[in-house]
Design a protein around this ligand. Structure first.
Ligand SMILES: Cc1cc2nc3c(=O)[nH]c(=O)nc-3n(C[C@H](O)[C@H](O)[C@H](O)COP(=O)(O)O)c2cc1C
Length: 224
């Protein structure tokens, strides 16, 4: 199963240049922030309003809505995001993730609406984010190549309970647990802005696993 073109999961399977994206349209997702207000960012249709009106210019020589010349240069660190809610545990490999504020410290992870993990994360108060080293590709294969719709990923590894029952994987290079402050509809992925409440960096040293190290892992769940 290949991912949606332009997603890290698609590029992990093939380094071929993606074709124009097809965002999964699902405007029904609740995007309330901690104040209960709704987020205005929910243009899950490919967003032709980007850039303040009018169509954003495409790359010279490329399809107008395919910014592959930009996306294809990205090589983010990969992480495993876990969620616990309603008696369910879930987790998936994530390439769409970054720090998004210094003061206060904030970290955002983007979960595909199609994933089992997203469905659990919708009801979760906390998410745990884990960085992997290159030697931990087996964890990337488990969390990125299998879906919780079919297997219990946690049955095969060591983990412990963090704050509010969050699932913290043993042996990650570094990890943080954050409470979910905001949910932002980005299209076929939903951003979860986290306020870190607990973290650790006692895991192995060495270069982190990046998207280029995950080439060949076929996403366990299609993104559309
Ligand atoms: C290299 C790579 C990067 C991925 N990046 C993301 C991502 O940023 N967000 C996401 O929700 N899924 C991402 N995925 C897809 C999920 O990790 C994958 O579909 C997983 O099997 C979903 O598991 P689940 O259905 O148990 O949640 C990525 C997969 C791969 C292989």
């Amino acid at each position: 199963m290949n991912g949606v073109p332009g997603t890290p999961e698609a590029r992990a399977v093939s380094q071929a240049r993606p074709v124009p994206g097809r965002a999964a349209v699902d405007g029904s997702d609740c995007m309330a922030d901690e104040n209960g207000t709704r987020d205005a960012g929910g243009t899950a249709d490919g967003d032709e309003r980007a850039g303040g009106g009018g169509r954003a210019p495409g790359p010279v020589g490329g399809p107008q809505r395919d910014p592959g010349v930009f996306f294809d240069r990205l090589n983010p660190d990969m992480c495993v995001v876990t969620a616990v809610a309603g008696g369910e545990r879930a987790g998936c490999l994530v390439g769409f993730a970054s720090q998004c504020s210094i003061r206060p410290p904030r970290f955002a992870v983007w979960l595909s609406k199609a994933n089992h993990t997203y469905r659990v994360a919708r009801a979760a108060q906390y998410l745990a984010v884990h960085l992997l080293t290159r030697e931990q590709r087996d964890l990337a294969e488990l969390f990125g190549g299998e879906t919780g719709d079919e297997v219990d990923k946690f049955a095969r590894l060591h983990w412990r309970e963090g704050p509010a029952g969050a699932a913290v994987l043993e042996g990650a290079a570094a990890w943080l647990v954050g409470s979910v402050l905001h949910r932002i509809d980005g299209g076929d992925h939903v951003g979860h802005v986290l306020d870190p409440v607990q973290w650790g960096g006692e895991g192995p040293d060495g270069p982190l696993l990046r998207l280029s190290d995950a080439v060949g892992i076929e996403a366990g769940h299609p993104a559309d």
